[in-house]
Design a protein around this ligand. Structure first.
Ligand SMILES: [Cu+2]
Length: 298
């Protein structure tokens, strides 16, 4: 029988116990080194970096929109700030784990805290966060403020619903919500190098309209018509995704984006789509109208 007074001293080992010296400090250090190495390698590998435009001849670091370049520059600055903090804190952690490792007979010392340390690790992050908040304001205003969006007619109205993107293009008359509108599902088209505006809506829950290669992300909120603008400097195919977990079929809200080289090419595509749709338009219009009646009834 043992009672509380025969407890083994802190740090003692049972016979036969195997210990690698400095195991934990080395493990912590190794994980941090692997993380830093991954981030240092990422810009050199297209699959590890942010998604780029469709043209393989252009660098994989090239975001295909004008606003995307600014957003990527912000991302890199924030990565540097967090990277320096990460390396500093991980070196301190590994050093402390190494220096104060448990040893037989070693007694832990307790202290209440250090006001100076508390002040330092409150003030430094505050400065970093306030700097980031002010530094990014211009870009944010350019992407999100209504006064910054281009004075152009919307190329389409995009409505998220469980689980697809309903896309309505103005027909010959150039106006939305008229009889000659063209309706497509998960298929967004616009023209290269032109500031492009869409009206974003939702028919049911919150979805998020996401163009990863163009760094555009905007929530679609029921009851709101939100203008979203973007551009692309490479023609070709892009991805449209929903970035908000909106229900069981969320994964199905993956659409195609086609950026046409010229306005004439886009107009030709729209005309031929409108002609094709003339044949089976009745069914599509009925479905879309039903969704809109539900959305507007909210
Ligand atoms: Cu969704």
């Amino acid at each position: 029988m043992r009672d509380a007074n025969d407890r083994e001293p802190i740090g003692s080992r049972s016979p036969g116990e195997f210990r690698v010296r400095h195991f934990w400090s080395l493990l912590f250090a190794l994980v941090a080194v692997a993380c830093v190495a991954a981030f240092a390698y990422a810009p050199f590998d297209a699959d590890w970096w942010l998604p780029a435009g469709p043209d393989p001849k252009v660098s994989h670091l090239h975001s295909a929109s004008s606003i995307g370049k600014e957003i990527d520059a912000l991302y890199v600055i924030i990565l540097w700030i967090t990277g320096v903090v990460f390396i500093g804190t991980q070196v301190a952690l590994a050093w402390a784990a190494w220096k104060y490792e448990d040893r037989p007979g070693r007694i832990a010392v307790y202290f209440h805290g250090s006001q100076r340390l508390e002040l330092i690790w409150t003030i430094l992050p505050t400065i970093a966060l306030v700097f980031i908040a002010f530094y990014q304001m211009g870009t944010w205003a350019q992407v999100k403020f209504r006064r910054a969006s281009p004075r152009v007619r919307p190329v389409a109205e995009v409505t998220g619903r469980q689980f697809q993107w309903l896309i309505r293009y103005p027909g010959e008359d150039g106006k939305l919500h008229t009889a000659d509108d063209v309706h497509l599902v998960n298929d967004l088209h616009f023209v290269k190098d032109e500031p492009t505006l869409i009206h974003l809506r939702s028919a049911d829950v919150i979805h998020s309209f996401f163009l990863p290669q163009l760094r555009i992300k905007q929530d679609a909120v029921p009851g709101l018509k939100i203008p979203v603008w973007f551009d692309a400097d490479q023609a070709g195919r892009y991805e449209l995704a929903c970035a908000e977990l909106c229900g069981w079929g969320h994964y199905k809200m993956r659409g195609r984006v086609t950026v046409h080289e010229t306005r004439a090419e886009f107009d030709g595509w729209l005309r031929s789509t409108a002609r094709e749709q003339g044949r089976d338009q009745v069914a599509t219009v009925t479905t879309t109208a039903a969704v809109e009646v539900r959305a507007e009834g909210r």
